[in-house]
Design a protein around this ligand. Structure first.
Ligand code: NAD
Ligand code: GLY
Length: 359
């Protein structure tokens, strides 16, 4: 088992990464403040893992909220189900929420914890690759609005993250691919050695090899923890973690939440950002082709939906949080393994990217 720390002074917390961790209650018990626990999960994950978790939570009042599954339910209405569950079972300010699920459950549980009685503790037990390598770490929590992805939320850190690689055994392969998109992202934005390792190990990862997956999770969490420790509230460097996301969020919103998986939209978005970086002269054609090839081996889309016109992208990207003072800000590659955030976006080159990247 590996232990990392997200170093945020009094809000610092550990990330445990390993196999068969779900039932190792000694990993999360020290972070449970009092007697009340509310496990938040969903209708897909609950039948597989809820009982195993509950068995190891002995000596507590354990209540459960089971949410409907899917990005389409990541909204204020579903969030209210968590508050109703907490209030019905009379949870007080010392309660601890446990998110058992992927990024949707994790983001909603974290936001509920941030709001309930003005803030209670929460623990992340991510069950998808994407949530292990990205969403469970760093404290971004929230829900979608019909007009924009993740537009309602809060920065609120968990007390501990327990990433049990064994849980990935039941994950559908399409979801595994979606998680790999975020791993590839770290390789591109800040860890070229990881990108090269991914090129060599992509087949093992796609086959669900636990050692390879554990390494990918460890390396991703190291990168994310390092960036978050420098810039918790995204005043600066943390924006690089949004590489591919400005385009990707536009795709997710336009296609209807849940039709394109978040990781799939990010993959197509990274191709668009890489295409613009190529047109800017920051990366070479053969490097661009290596990115496409790795994404394809991970069975991820490398083109935006055919029906998305440049005007729709621009309109949706205009409501994205990364717009500052009316100017579009994008995360591009300065070179392979290094990202930059820039407002200096050439409209002509951007049009060429839109045209080149549609399927
Ligand atoms: P998800 O939570 O929808 O999970 C994907 C699917 O896998 C769901 O159907 C889920 O029920 C199922 N599932 C989960 N664990 C399983 C398991 N072990 N076995 C079988 N099925 C399982 O999607 P996701 O990709 O985990 O997360 C995507 C969400 O994360 C998006 O809403 C995105 O905005 C958010 N996100 C947040 C951050 C952040 O920093 N907070 C970062 C990246 C993404
Ligand atoms: N997924 C982007 C971030 O956590 O900042």
């Amino acid at each position: 088992m590996h232990k990392l720390t997200v170093a945020l002074d009094e809000r610092s917390y550990p990330i445990f990464i390993g196999t068969d961790l779900l039932t190792q209650s000694e990993l999360y018990n020290p972070y449970i403040r009092a007697k009340q626990i509310c496990v938040v999960t969903n209708e897909t994950v609950a039948p597989i893992y809820l009982e195993r978790l509950k068995k190891s939570l002995t000596g507590f009042q354990v209540d459960v909220v089971i949410l409907p599954d899917g990005e389409a339910h990541k909204n204020l209405q579903t969030l209210n189900e968590i508050f109703t569950g907490l209030l019905t079972a009379r949870h007080n300010r010392t309660t601890t929420l446990i998110a058992l699920g992927g990024g949707v459950v994790g983001d909603m549980t974290g936001f509920a914890a941030a709001c309930y009685q003005r803030g209670v503790d929460f623990i992340q037990i991510p069950t998808t690759l994407l949530s292990m390598v990205d969403s469970s770490v760093g404290g971004k929590t929230g829900v979608n609005h019909a007009l924009g992805k993740n537009m309602i939320g809060a920065f609120y850190q968990p007390r501990v993250v327990v990433a049990d690689i064994t849980l990935l055994k039941t994950l559908p392969v399409r979801e595994l691919s979606a998680g790999l998109a975020e791993v590839i992202k770290y390789g591109l934005i800040c860890d070229y050695d990881l990108f090269v390792w991914l090129e060599k190990n992509i087949e093992l990862l796609m086959a669900g090899d636990e050692t390879a997956l554990a390494y990918a999770v460890l390396r991703s969490c190291e990168n994310k923890a390092n960036v978050v420790a420098q810039d918790e509230h995204e005043g600066g460097i943390r924006a690089i973690l949004n590489f591919g996301h400005t385009f990707g969020h536009a795709i997710e919103t336009a296609q209807g939440y849940g039709n394109w998986l978040h990781g799939e939209a990010v993959a197509a978005g990274m191709v668009m950002a890489a295409d613009l970086s190529l047109r800017n002269g920051n990366i070479q054609k053969n490097e661009f082709e290596r990115i496409i090839s790795l994404l394809q081996k991970a069975k991820l889309p490398v083109r935006a939906p055919a029906d998305m016109m440049p005007e729709q992208f621009m309109q949706l990207m205009g409501v994205d949080k990364k717009v500052l003072d009316g100017r579009l800000r994008l995360v591009l590659l300065e070179k392979m393994g290094k990202a930059i955030v820039t407002s200096d976006v050439d409209a002509n080159l951007l049009s060429q990217t839109f045209a080149a990247c549609r399927s």
